[in-house]
Design a binder for this molecule. Sequence first.
Ligand code: ZN
Length: 257
Amino acid sequence: MYIIVALAIVIAIVLAGTSRSRRRNKASVLPAGSRGMLLQYVPFFAALDEAQQAAFEERVRDFLSRTAITGVGVKVTDLDKLLVAAGAIIPIFAFPDWRYNNLNEVLVYPTTFNRDYKYEGDERDVLGMVGDGAMHRQMILSQPSIRQSFLNPEDGHNTVIHEFAHLIDKADGSVDGVPEYLLKRPYAIAWLQHIRAAINDMRREGHSDINLYGATNEAEFFAVITEYLFERPHQLQEHHPELYAMLSQMFRGEQRS
Ligand SMILES: [Zn+2]
């Protein structure tokens, strides 16, 4: 009798383990055809040399082995997973040891959603979000915004990179527009002065080549300008040479010492 009970418990634990791992769906190898998809949809990857591409693929594989990409009412494709991972790796590619220790899972919603993480009803204007409170260590992205981020690589918008910029900002404990792991004082002070000046310009003029959502606060400015840097670097350099210089140095790791 005891043996049967013990056996039942063991079987239950094993089943629970396999169903959880299946549901969380973490990948330890890259999906078939990954290289071709990255070449086709991720210009950042296509522009790398062979050794860098191999390193990028390894980073993508590592990210997907640590991070569950889970569809909520939607089927997540291999391409969706690759695009999420690419958006995670692009901004921190210059930092070989970077891991998103503040993220366990990316939830993929079928459409935009509202600020209560609901994707039915009114006010569904949110394309992506870094979770807080009960949703801590989770990110939500809408499936159309994942695809749109990369299908139109030069429109200056990339929701995936935007949300990962928030996570990079959050890694030091506060989402305040100053990613302290990427820039040390006194760079941080100069950076804050720059972004406050840019926000003031945007508010005063009411239009800008920078997405006006960035004028919401310093944290949104950092996320928006990071999208701009990786989508349209030449245009950013032309219109805002100082911002461009600081930001590109930051993401190359040149402001950490
Ligand atoms: Zn944001």
